[in-house]
Design a protein around this ligand. Sequence first.
Ligand SMILES: *Cc1c(COP(=O)(O)O)cnc(C)c1O
Length: 390
Amino acid sequence: MIPAVMPTYSRFDLAFERGEGTALFTVDGTRYLDFTAGIAVCALGHCHPHLVETLVAQGHKLWHTSNLYQVPNQIRLAERLIATSFADTAFFVNSGAEAGELAIKVVRKYHSNKGNPERYRIIGCEGAFHGRTLATLAAAGNEKYLKGFGPPVAGFDHVPFGDLDAMRAAITQETAGIIVEPIQGEGGVRAGSPAYLRGLRKIADEFSLMLIFDEVQCGMGRSGKLWAHQYAGISPDVMMVAKGIGGGFPLGAVLATEAAAAGMIAGSHGSTYGGNPLATAIGNAVLDVVLAPGFFDHVAERSSQLLAGLQGLVQRHPTILAEARGEGLLLGIRCAVTNTDLVRELNSQKLLTVGAGDNVVRMVPPLTVSEAEVEEALAKIDAACRVLEG
Ligand SMILES: *Cc1c(COP(=O)(O)O)cnc(C)c1O
């Protein structure tokens, strides 16, 4: 008999009742160290006091009005995101995939609005992940996820990640834009080099293409900078964000330059829930914490500590761990054993992690993780490796 919840996930037999910072507690009170953070969502950990306070206060005031009316929290969040980025305008959605859908629409509309509707194709990268809607699946081109769901949405081409020559070679008269994750998350924590990101900007400029960066996972401080592309000193025309920006409340956004969004006028797009008073109150509260002085110093310190520790463990356990990589607190260990075996053993050690492509175990702890918690996690990984070494 089909379970009450449609069985599309392979879940662990593990349920949590309560969270506090980097810790999750099961019903029987067992404490787990959470280096998954809801898959890079709980940027400030679980039940951060400022977020809880905001949620309760806004919950008593107003939840939802629709976008028929002005939403002051939404305007304030848009203004703050714009002030901290390349963008001139923002549209709020509820998830990463919805941000992807809109980013694709913005890019197609841009060219159509300029009188070039034949320019609709977008080039993406192999190993990418942009969400599970039909268009975002087509954008990523992952056969495994597309199979069985009919003809993929037309208009997407794919080249290897990191290969500027292949990108250049794939451009035709119909190409409208490029969609790239500055750091591939699901694909295995693969960071595009600053030279690669700058090369993409140059190609986009040369061929009048719109450059979309998907920062759903690597954005909002995860990389060690507020936006991951800031490492490269360039900016996209359109950016997708979600995951961390709501700190656990469903919230996403598309940020765009004024030029890129020129075709987006009244009626071009909409979302019933998008940017409602409750979601955007929480989005503002996340920003309060992330933009506070010293926040990124903390992320950089914890990142160096965790990466150095992981590199040490790779040296110590070469038959289990092959390589430590990533930026900020979006880190991964490529495994010498099957990654899911390590994830499972780490679960037994009460450390939660998440698998990724390329046989990687991903570590995306809350950005607020403490020095002691990073040490504790490293000790647990060491212990798990010793178990797997038998
Ligand atoms: C998670 C993710 C998405 C999809 O986000 P959803 O909220 O699951 O729709 C898109 N792009 C990237 C890079 C992601 O990591």
